[in-house]
Design a protein around this ligand. Structure first.
Ligand SMILES: [Zn+2]
Length: 303
């Protein structure tokens, strides 16, 4: 099992149980129509040498902060090697309570971030607006976090009844900050938003095309969906940080948004960029995050 096959593993389990379409931290089991080349002006964008250097420095900051931070996330390859954790263990209970407490806020931040992305990519047609509305409605339906020992380092959603996000207890315990939890909750909420009717397919393709152009990585099909989920998660968690300034240095708080990808075994697969390339792609798509990590100060404290 490679690091990032969290969803694939989970889907297999759920299909064996009842063949209900499901989503988790990674993927959906369906055929996509052939990919069209995006007409977006973003598609041919490239990065300067300075911009690439900034991204690489920001990755270093992220993973250095993770090691020093008392609330640093556990890298997802490390999570995979840990023993199962009972639902009633202190760490799992704390994680489940944090997730449940942050769910309403994550829902609002996801809706805000998806709307912002749709606007940035100029999705303004009637069908695009209808899809966005559907996506928003589905996010609003989610009500509950269910901790589950057997899910270990996975999170998942049953698409037939998408009101509950099932979270493995190792995953809950491995994300001890609000920033990390909002980021990961938001990732799952984007899968839910997409739903059974590909409401966000156009957005996935646009984000994937842009990431491919910027980084030279191959970001298509399922990889584009996963990266978009991560991008919305990062945007949502960054907005949370902006709205809740405190005495923790900004780079440390921003690092928590993506630091679970600071793996040692950096393996990807057909459906996922490797975790470290995921960070690279996210910081390339959202250079504000990279600047926050390298130079960041709270705006309100500069005045
Ligand atoms: Zn996912």
């Amino acid at each position: 099992m490679t690091v990032n096959q969290i969803c694939s593993k989970l889907l297999l389990v759920l299909f064996l149980i009842g063949s209900t379409a499901a989503l988790g931290f990674a993927q959906k089991p369906k055929e996509r129509p052939p990919r069209k080349v995006s007409q977006s002006s973003h598609a041919r964008e490239t990065m300067s040498a300075e911009a690439r250097e900034l991204v690489e420095r920001a990755i270093e900051v992220t993973c250095t902060e993770r090691r020093r931070d008392p609330k640093g996330s556990v890298p997802i390859d490390d999570m995979q090697g840990r023993p199962s954790l009972p639902v009633r263990s202190g760490e799992a209970v704390a994680g489940a309570e944090r997730a449940q407490r942050l769910l309403p806020l994550a829902k609002e931040l996801v809706i805000e971030s998806i709307t912002k992305l749709a606007s940035e990519y100029k999705f303004s047609s009637t069908s695009a607006r209808r899809n966005l509305q559907r996506a928003t409605q589905r996010v609003r339906m989610v009500k509950r976090i269910k901790p589950d020992m057997d899910s270990r380092d996975n999170a998942s959603v049953l698409m037939r009844n998408p009101v509950t996000i099932t979270f493995g207890t190792i995953f809950l315990a491995g994300l001890p900050s609000d920033e990390a939890m909002i980021s990961v909750l938001s990732h799952e909420l984007v899968h839910i938003a997409d739903g059974d009717h590909d409401a966000l397919l156009q957005l996935y393709r646009a984000v994937g095309n842009r990431a491919s152009a910027l980084t030279g990585l191959d970001v298509r099909e399922q990889r584009a969906e996963e990266l978009t989920c991560d991008l919305v998660g990062a945007m949502a968690a960054r907005e949370f940080v902006a709205n809740t300034p405190d005495y923790t240095p900004l780079p440390r708080r921003v690092s928590r948004v993506i630091a679970h990808n600071c793996v040692t075994e950096d393996e990807g697969d057909e459906d996922h960029l490797s975790p470290r390339n995921t960070i690279r792609a996210l910081l390339s798509l959202d250079p504000t995050l990279a600047r926050d990590l390298v130079y960041g100060r709270y705006e309100s404290k500069q005045q």
